[in-house]
Ligand binder design. Structure first.
Ligand code: SF4
Length: 296
């Protein structure tokens, strides 16, 4: 399929973002490890226009793009909704996580509406639970649809730091932190369960105030996840240059976890009580506890 450049009628995040629409062969990735708390991951896009500098997905095997090109290309899976519909028989009683290797509400969603159309399919699967996870207030464009799920959908918002000047360095193309808080407030006010994911943990200015802010926005859950560094990860230098190597220190993370635990003494991921989930996997150096690790 012919690559397209970013449509000119909407603001580009990256100059010359390469858009490569494709027909996907599969759409539901089974997650057999119950510790993650969901049965299938659903990603309506490959690649991610947010291009966070710490994102380890850049290293996933890719025949067309180098890791350093991460954030500069996105492949919308044009047939994602139809493919999902054709596989709906797998979804009875399942929990779907959207999305694990991309942001379902990255800017291209404004044009392609693939996440929305996948949600429309999931809405027709009455026994399926859904966790939408994003960094973007663009999720609000589907507020009506999200509400229609009732209590079988929750939204997770990643807010890795309370300091937007940190965000501007580590996630320069992702939405500003204040806009994420505002999105969390609107979602919660609309009766949607909201979880704040402090992940991957970045430098935090005031942990206690951060945790209180998460509570005040109406979130019912929060969790803290550590940074996952790749071998010879260039992000290490970013941390070092800014004096943020502390985020790799387990004690630092533990301090943030405790601050959140004081504010969210009982919490769970999605709709599953934490007590019913097995313990998270043990961390192994250099991998810090990852995306789905939970506050405990
Ligand atoms: S939003 Fe998520 S998937 Fe996209 S670049 Fe950032 S960390 Fe990676």
């Amino acid at each position: 399929m012919t690559p397209l450049l970013w449509p000119t009628d909407s603001p580009p995040l990256f100059t010359g973002l390469l858009v490569e629409p494709e027909e996907a062969r599969s759409i539901l990735r089974p997650q057999k490890d119950e510790r993650y708390g969901f049965g299938f991951a659903l990603s309506p896009y490959r690649g991610c226009g947010h291009g966070c500098r710490y994102c380890y997905v850049r290293e996933y095997p890719n025949a067309l793009h180098k890791p350093e090109d991460w954030g500069g290309w996105v492949a919308p899976k044009l047939n994602a909704p139809e493919l999902l519909w054709s596989q709906r028989h797998k979804l009875h009683g399942a929990r779907v996580f959207m999305a694990s290797a991309t942001d379902p509400y990255q800017p291209l969603e404004r044009q392609y509406r693939l996440s929305r159309r996948c949600l429309e399919v999931l809405l027709l699967c009455p026994t399926t639970e859904v966790i939408v996870h994003t960094r973007s207030p663009l999720v609000l464009q589907d507020l009506d649809l999200l509400r229609a799920f009732g209590d079988r959908l929750s939204v997770g918002l990643s807010i890795p730091t309370d300091d937007d000047t940190v965000r501007q360095i580590v996630e320069p193309h992702a939405p500003a932190i204040p806009s994420r808080w505002a999105a969390a407030e609107r979602l919660a006010a609309a009766g949607i369960e909201v979880t704040i994911g402090v992940a991957p943990l970045m430098a935090v200015h005031d942990a206690k105030a951060f945790a209180r802010r998460a509570k005040a926005c109406g979130a019912s859950n929060a969790w803290v996840g550590g940074l996952r560094l790749l071998k010879q990860d260039p992000f290490y230098k970013v941390l070092a240059d800014h004096g943020w190597l502390k985020v790799l220190d387990p004690d630092y993370k533990e301090g943030i976890r405790q601050a959140f635990q004081e504010v969210f003494p009982t919490r769970h991921l999605g709709r599953t009580p934490k007590a019913s989930l097995p313990a998270p996997p043990a961390a192994e150096y250099p991998r810090q506890p990852g995306l789905f690790d939970r506050v405990s």
